[in-house]
Structures are given as C-alpha cells and as structure tokens.
Design a protein around this ligand. Sequence first.
Ligand SMILES: CCCCC/C=C\C/C=C\C/C=C\C/C=C\CCCC(=O)SCCNC(=O)CCNC(=O)[C@H](O)C(C)(C)COP(=O)(O)OP(=O)(O)OC[C@H]1O[C@@H](n2cnc3c(N)ncnc32)[C@H](O)[C@@H]1OP(=O)(O)O
Length: 211
Amino acid sequence: MSQRGSSFPGPLSTVLPWSFSFQPRDFSLPNSSWGSDMRRLYEHYNSQWVWRRLPSYNRSLKYTTGTVWKVRSFSRRLVFTRNIREQRAAFEYVVFVNKQEQKCVCVFQAGHLLEGPPGHVHGGAISTMIDTVTGTHATYLSGPVMTANLNINYRSPIPLGSTVLLTCSLDKKEGRKTFFPCQVTNTYSSKLHTEATGLFLSITMGHLLGG
Ligand SMILES: CCCCC/C=C\C/C=C\C/C=C\C/C=C\CCCC(=O)SCCNC(=O)CCNC(=O)[C@H](O)C(C)(C)COP(=O)(O)OP(=O)(O)OC[C@H]1O[C@@H](n2cnc3c(N)ncnc32)[C@H](O)[C@@H]1OP(=O)(O)O
C-alpha cells in the first residue's frame, strides 16, 4: 500500500513553516476499525497518482505554525472531528485531492456516536463533514479561509455505521469568495444522500487571532 502525500501540499505549506512538527499521529491512515468499504475506497484513490491523500491531525495550528506564542495558545485544543479517542466511534475519514481537476473526495465511515434519527446519522454530523471537506478543499486551493455560508439539502438518510463518499469541486472564485458544491452519496455514487454548497472567505491569520 503506498503512503503518498505525507505533507500538506497546499498554499499553507509555503506560507507557514512546519518547524513544530514532531511526527504527530496521522488520523487519515487506515486503522483496524475501518470496514471493507472504507478500505476499498481508500485503496482505490490511494493507488491513482492524480489523487493525493491529505494527512489529518487532531490539532490545527500546533503543526502548521512556526510562532511560539500561537503554539502555546492553540496546542491544547483539539480539532472537533478528531477528538474522540475510540476508533470507529465517530468520524473516521480520509480526504484525497485532485489538483488537476480541482476536485476533492472524502471517504467517511459514520460511527455510533453520530446517531440522529434512530439508526441513522445526525444531520449536524453530516454538515460537519461537509464543512470539513469543503473547508479543507478551500484551504488547499486558497490558503486560510472561514466558512461564511453552508446551504444543505438532505435527500435520503445515511445508515449509522455505513461508509459514504463526499465529492467536492470548485464552482467559482470571486475575489476573496470561493464556492464549493458538495454531494454525499453511497460508495458506488448511485444514491444521493445530501447535497450542499459552501461559501468560503479568504482570511488572514490575524482574523482568527482577533487582529
Ligand atoms: C478555519 C481555519 C482556517 C485556518 C487555517 C489554518 C490551519 C488549518 C489547516 C487546515 C485546515 C483544514 C481544514 C479545515 C477544516 C474545517 C473547516 C471548518 C471551517 C469552519 O467551520 S469556520 C467556522 C464557522 N465560520 C465562522 O465562524 C465565520 C464567522 N464569520 C466571519 O468571521 C466573517 O463574517 C467572514 C470572515 C466569513 C467574512 O467577514 P469579512 O469581514 O472578512 O468579509 P465581509 O463581511 O466584508 O464580506 C466580504 C464579501 O463576502 C460576502 N459575504 C460575507 N459573508 C457572507 C455570507 N454569509 N453569505 C454571502 N456572502 C457573504 C460579503 O457580502 C462581501 O461580498 P462583496 O465583496 O461582494 O461585497
């Protein structure tokens, strides 16, 4: 199994040095809780050179900034989707980007802690994953961004424990604004579960730090 894409390849890596990286756990690598659909799709995308796996950590700034005081103020905080220790329990996912086509896919296995309607995934958990995937793609293409608007239509419920595919593309860029449509389907792309559009605004890091 190849392990390509071990460093974040987007614009952030040129802006922010990685001087505080110390081999943190990469949550987007396969683990024993992944079911057969997760593994099959992971292998499918990981084996094609046009798709690049993005690593995923449980702290957003500790591993991306080179400024000591920022590390001190952010390092104890954990990224929402990566802060549940028990594998399989919540958000198991891996994101791949296709730079040529400006597309991004996420293979997502929804764990039992994400229940909304009996036996099915909570709408807030689905929107979390849509925000994460479109936000990751926006960051990859445009550098630091914040979600300004998420518009979501839930078309069919997602069974708890199942694996789904999120597909996101770049629609248009207008100055600081970037628009990303996103669909959530079953793993064969034959059933639509959710469709959404995300609007992201490019920001400076000062915006996040209250500057
Ligand atoms: C998010 C982390 C970024 C840092 C990255 C660093 C390291 C991380 C590494 C990797 C990250 C990987 C993955 C990311 C994972 C998850 C993503 C989660 C993202 C989120 O979960 S993030 C939380 C929820 N998010 C907020 O908490 C935003 C609160 N909000 C604001 O902070 C401001 O509101 C802001 C910045 C959005 C805009 O403020 P602003 O002052 O910069 O811009 P302004 O208002 O002037 O608008 C300029 C033009 O955008 C139009 N515009 C604005 N808002 C609009 C809207 N809602 N609808 C339609 N158009 C809108 C205006 O109409 C105008 O348009 P025009 O130019 O045409 O007049």
